[in-house]
Design a protein. Structure first.
Length: 276
């Protein structure tokens, strides 16, 4: 048989280099996954706002970056709730007014609310006003909060729906600024007289938090007994996940996957980068 001899050394060398390349790529991917896992576990993690319970500060369709370190770490703050940390590592107590992400005490769903009461605090509602340790929190009436309707925004009550000067449908709510004893303030909404405007006094026990939504009449929070998909009761600090830090994206929900131009028109550009 006539022909040139096969250079088996060259073939083996090329095959070896190919194997080394795949090995290097696999090593890179493994390192990248490890870095992302560590970042999400101990630094920041994304969180999507699924409801309007935190209006006017947070809108349905906002995507946040949440800081994982302020309150320490536990299995609840790990991706997939991996049981890698017994108890809570480097625990720290939130401050009143913090916007916190936590696991629902019953069904384990991610919830986001504002901390109102710390251990030892006495919290009640009287005529729609928070009473903290016997003193009503100061409220200042502001201009109405007006938000355009969209797939991610529906008026909570029919009387809130109207049209603005351009004919666009909007929701209009009474807005107030509530101020804590520390001087920290934030905006809340009031939909009018509701049964939850008056509650009994609750003393927050050790290791628990009293949390509320800023959209006071449209929030399942510590005023309600902890039930799946509903109230959260007094939240165990052990179940804290993170503190809301910055809005990194926001959409009104009108985008369609097969129409790329709607990805831009649906984005609420003015909300991106807002610090919390």
């Amino acid at each position: 048989m006539d022909g040139k001899p096969v250079d088996t050394n060259s073939f083996a060398g090329a095959h070896g280099r190919s194997g080394e390349s795949w090995g290097s790529f696999a090593g890179f991917v493994l390192k990248l996954v490890l870095v992302v896992l560590l970042f999400r576990s101990f630094v920041f993690a994304p969180f999507s706002i699924p409801s309007e319970s935190m209006l006017p500060r947070l809108w349905n369709g906002d995507v946040l970056l949440a800081a994982k370190w302020p309150y320490g770490f536990s299995s609840y703050s790990m991706p997939f709730e991996l049981p890698l940390i017994p108890g809570r590592l480097l625990p720290a107590q939130p401050e009143r007014g913090d916007i916190v992400i936590f696991k629902h005490p019953v069904d384990g769903t991610d919830y986001i609310k504002r901390v109102i009461g710390l251990p030892g605090d006495r919290v009640a509602m009287a005529d729609g006003q928070v009473v903290l340790n016997g003193t009503p929190l100061a409220q200042q009436r502001l201009d109405d909060f007006v938000i355009p309707t969209s797939p991610n925004t529906r008026c909570a009550v029919p009387e809130a729906r109207e049209r603005d000067r351009t004919g666009q449908e909007v929701c209009r709510y009474a807005r107030y600024r509530e101020t804590l004893p520390s001087g920290k303030g934030y905006e809340i909404l009031d939909l009018g007289t509701r049964p939850v405007d008056r509650t009994r006094t609750i003393t927050v026990p050790d290791g628990r938090l009293f949390v509320m939504g800023d959209n006071r009449d449209n929030s399942q929070d510590s005023r309600f007994q902890a039930m799946p998909g509903a109230g959260v009761g007094l939240v165990p600090q052990q179940m804290l996940v993170a503190r809301a830090s910055v809005i990194m994206w926001s959409t009104d929900g009108s985008a369609e996957w097969l129409k790329p131009w709607t990805w831009f028109s649906a984005t609420r550009w003015q909300r991106i980068g807002d610090l919390l």
